[in-house]
Design a protein around this ligand. Structure first.
Ligand SMILES: *Cc1c(COP(=O)(O)O)cnc(C)c1O
Length: 482
């Protein structure tokens, strides 16, 4: 990391230019006076200064290509450059969504083959690639659940049960779909409290259950050992089970969610199947469903006939959830990734992501114990509850990690863990990187003991220190003020 880049120094010089416009080839005409305004205040710079300015700015950002990025739940794995090359092939890049099917057979074949690959990976009978993100897939899946109940005349089924460890998008998606989110507490081991679930699904309550939304492995990075029992409690009450598939990195190639009894699930193609993400997009939230729900999926979906590939709308479709055919370039990347790895490679993704998380957890557990899952293996991530001296909080640790050149892990999520520090190393990191990160965490534990002010006032090597994170996101100061 560079230290203290002089970002705030004014570099504009009157008269400097990076562009030269050609002499006009038409006669000059005066513009009407009411169209003229004061010239905008723009910096005046030569081209090289502009290039250096933006290159320097880009290096201030953390990125997977630059630094270890263990942001829990987000699966910030390395995205192979081969995917980018595939997505930039002219035939894909220049494909036009309004071109006739006869001229789009290659793109259609890719969509069809990707649907088929994801069906094989998850065990579901049908997949729609329309949704543009995980949260969008959740909304889609809940709308499918609602449409299914409505088709059976069961409009009284309005409650969606959601464990308290869930990602915030789960209750939000459910509310947006017009259903009512109801929290189910976790038990002392971090799993779903079965008694609470049974109570929410029995007697009079059974008639109003639309379904359950559950993440497995949970956001604690733990496999839900009672998953079969949980699913059967909900099924017996007449509800459907939605799987939040954001944590598929731990299961891919090993477990098919449909085999566990899930009815609907989204996959974050940009997480498990590697597209650069963060900062808001673009993504893809493919949704897989059981045979019973297949005709409710949003369309169009790709089909294969003796005449070639074509699009069709499922017969009882909830409709479109996105213009055209989803984020096509993300689909190309996911397809390239799956084909490159094959079944064995995908299985190794899960194995190494689990191995890495457990290795890292073992290196830091003295000062960063995982409160849930003690004595058990974690899946692809773990949630630590740091125990550092002198009132050092997780926020301080996260800020100090920036000084050590690491992107901080996810903090204060899931909400049920005090001072949560959620670490997901992913399968793409080598042992040396994990060890260097563990050393930084242990060094911070020692600083907390001997020099707590250093940690509390971090970061020290960045142009700006601790921002008000809400205002920084909602009211960013991005304009050149001159
Ligand atoms: C990332 C994530 C989501 C939301 O996915 P987006 O693609 O960001 O919309 C939902 N649930 C979990 C557990 C996640 O990690």
């Amino acid at each position: 990391m560079q230290t203290l880049v002089p970002l705030l120094q004014e570099e504009s010089m009157p008269g400097r230019r990076a562009v030269q416009l050609p002499e006009p080839s038409v006669p000059e005409t005066a513009l009407p006076g009411d169209l003229l305004r004061e010239p905008p205040k723009l910096p005046e710079l030569d081209e090289l200064s502009v290039v250096r300015h933006f290159t320097r700015l880009s290096h201030l950002n953390f990125s997977i290509d630059g630094q270890f990025y263990p942001l829990g739940s987000c699966t910030m794995k390395y995205n192979p450059k081969m995917n980018e090359e595939a997505a930039s092939y002219g035939g894909f890049r220049r494909a036009h969504p309004l071109a006739p099917e006869s001229l789009s057979q290659g793109s259609l074949a890719l969509i069809y083959e990707l649907q088929a690959a994801l069906q094989e990976i998850t065990g579901f009978k049908a997949v729609s690639l329309q949704p543009a993100a995980g949260a969008h897939g959740e909304l889609t899946g809940v709308l499918v659940i609602r449409a299914w109940h409505t088709s059976r005349g069961e409009t009284n089924r309005t409650r969606i049960l959601i464990p308290d460890s869930a990602h915030g998008t789960n209750p939000a998606s459910c509310t947006m779909a017009g259903l009512v989110a109801e929290t189910i507490p976790s038990d002392s081991s971090g799993g779903v409290d079965l008694e609470a679930l049974r109570a929410a699904c029995s007697g009079e309550n059974a008639r109003t259950v639309a379904g359950l939304m559950i993440t497995n492995p949970s956001t604690l990075g733990l496999f839900e050992r009672n998953i079969k029992e949980i699913i059967s409690i909900v099924h017996r009450a007449g509800g459907l089970v939605y799987g939040d598939g954001a944590n598929m990195n731990a299961l891919v190639g090993i477990v098919k969610p449909a085999d566990l009894g899930f009815d609907v699930m989204h996959l974050n193609l940009h997480k498990t199947f590697s597209t650069p993400h963060g900062g808001g997009g673009p993504g893809a939230g493919a949704v897989g469903v059981s045979a019973e729900l297949a005709e409710f999926l949003p369309g169009p979906v790709a089909a294969k006939t003796s005449e070639g590939y074509s699009f069709r709308m499922p017969s009882r479709s909830i409709g479109r959830v996105k213009a055209f055919y989803g984020n096509f370039a993300v689909l190309v990347r996911a397809y390239a990734y799956i084909r490159r790895l094959g079944a064995d490679g995908l299985r190794r993704v899960a194995e190494y992501s689990v191995l890495n998380a457990n290795y890292l957890r073992s290196l830091v557990q003295e000062h960063y114990p995982a409160v849930y899952g003690a004595g058990r293996w974690n899946m692809h991530e773990f949630v630590a509850s740091p125990e550092l001296a002198n009132g050092i909080h997780t926020l301080d640790i996260a800020k100090r990690l920036i000084d050590y050149g690491f992107h901080p892990p996810t903090i204060y999520f899931p909400l049920i863990v005090k001072e949560a520090l959620m670490v997901e190393p992913t399968e793409t990191e080598n042992p040396e990187t994990l060890e260097a990160f563990a050393q930084a965490l242990l060094a911070i534990a020692e600083e907390a003991q001997n020099n707590p002010e250093l940690v509390k006032s971090a970061p020290h090597h960045t142009p700006v220190g601790r921002l008000d994170e809400t205002t920084a996101a909602r009211k960013p100061v991005l304009c050149y003020k001159g």
